[in-house]
Design a protein around this ligand. Sequence first.
Ligand code: MIC
Ligand code: SF4
Length: 640
Amino acid sequence: MPSVTEQIIKAHLVSGRMTPGEEIALKIDQTLTQDATGTMAYLEFEAMGVPRVRTEVSVSYVDHNLLQTDFKNADDHRFLQSFAACYGIYFSPPGNGICHQVHLEAFGIPGKTLLGSDSHTPTGGGLGMLAIGAGGLDVALAMAGQPFYLIMPEVIGVHLTGKMPPWVSAKDVILELLRILTVKGGVGKILEYFGPGVQTLSVPDRATIANMGAELGATTSVFPSDVMTRRFLASQGRVAAHRSLRATSFRGFKGIIELDLSSLTPKIACPSSPDNVKDVSEVEGLPVQQVAIGSCSNSSFRDLMIVGKILAGRKIHPSVSLDINPGSRQVLENVALAGGLLPLIQAGARIHQAGCLGCIGMGQAPATGTVSLRTFPRNFPGRSGTKNDQVYLVSPETAAAAALHGKIVDPRRLGDYPVFRQPRQFVVKNRQLQAPLDPGQDCEIIRGPNIQPFPKFPPVPDTWEGRVLLKVEDNITTDHIMPAGSQILPLRSNIPAISEFVYHAVDPEFVSRAKNNGEGAIVGGDNYGQGSSREHAALAPRYLGVRVKIAKSFARIHKANLINFGILPLVFEDPRDYDQIGLGDRLLLPNLRERLLAGNEQLPLLVNGQECWVRVELSPRHRQIIAAGGLLNLAAGDRS
Ligand code: MIC
Ligand code: SF4
């Protein structure tokens, strides 16, 4: 038997060969959406005319857009709820929890494939799933029973030995990997964890590690399914969902990373990138004004209980705001039952509803010029909602130490590491998951005025001409391209409105320049579009006339979204050409359409009349989609 990854892929392979670099198609068993990507995904699904989802399980979560400052988010929640009931989808209402946490608790099954319209869907890898983040349109297609296409990644083994010492936890493991591999080290790869160290990690530990594989740019991360997995499923009242999955041959691994868990120390990702990792001891003493504990990477029962234990009988530092964002209602209930909530309240914590909250700038923005320590997965610039923010990413242990002292402190200074027992069986009966209506029952989809029709885009012209509308550097995130936060997220169902904010913080003139120039291009550096799965980072620029993006390299999900919405991603043949192109330059791609459909791997690009070469790293299917002006056009028969 090969690796766990290969076993799952083999069992779901619809077409293609498992050779890295080749396009494969996978059968998808389960899907998830969240509210910020879900409305578009369901509008796209509706346009496909399929009466009911064709997956084993599909779930629609509301966890991102929880602030209801006007009708918009509330309208979207109602739309999602009514849509789920009609189309055979489970619905998880606001306050029930973060999609990835609730999915682990209630739906995840080892060996199954999960496609989610959120980049942290790989959290399910902690449970032995092949869980992949994708744009909403790809998830909509999976719900319609279509396979998911991707380029077969290389599988890299991560060999874990040893056991984490006291005061070191799963966040430190993944921060160490981020230090070694950087935010682009995982692009085009699946990380599969194996070795004796794996058995020392619980499923929530594994989920934290798999979750932030997204920050490495990895397609996903996979853990085996073993006795720990069985224990976790039993604790969730779902032991029947367990099956064992383990690798028996590692020959398919394209490389192996060695990590001795016992050698790890508490780590911290400094502003403003998850790979800017140092030892906590190196930044000790820095005053901290906000500590936030939660998000899909660290808000499980264990994470909240350990903080409760550390804070028990103590008070937080008066200059600190300690925000607790539980991962799910079930976590909050079980922490309360186990006596972990009272110490948090008494210590001075602010207890919030379960959801993403400050992680996506839905409240909890830090004060100007202050330091915020968060157990979240991302600290991209400005994502917190505050300009020039200073967000550090840490484990719950390091976060609790800072909350007590008002400054960054190595948690190993806190004395004995608290111990607590996790219940064998959590109380699970109060999960608020709404099952869909039976087929044939009457139902109505409730659409508020926030939901606007999907824009239509023209196919690729024979020869393309345009101007450089923007030039940006390496590691541009989707938060730069299409910011989130409490002002902009409510516009996710309205492309004309949200497009006014494209590249808002990077270049406030971008939108008017794009509108005044007809079609155009954006030029980027390495790892362009890292971060989230939001297809709005492709859709909204496309709406503004961006047809071409030229970069040194692209992040996986963003590239797939560009293709889906008819934006041509081109790669510099010679990266030095990046330096030769500037804002406002005139670009020409002669005979683009013909060359694209003929499968040309290089294209001549004229920059102000001077020729250079760009690479087209696209499958024949991708080329058809782009030529048609996007996947929806292609599906509707606007073939060229
Ligand atoms: C994020 O963490 O950036 C988000 C918000 O969860 C996104 C999805 C979105 O933008 O709606 C993600 O990770 O895909
Ligand atoms: Fe929500 Fe943050 Fe996780 Fe994204 S990274 S799903 S915003 S908790």
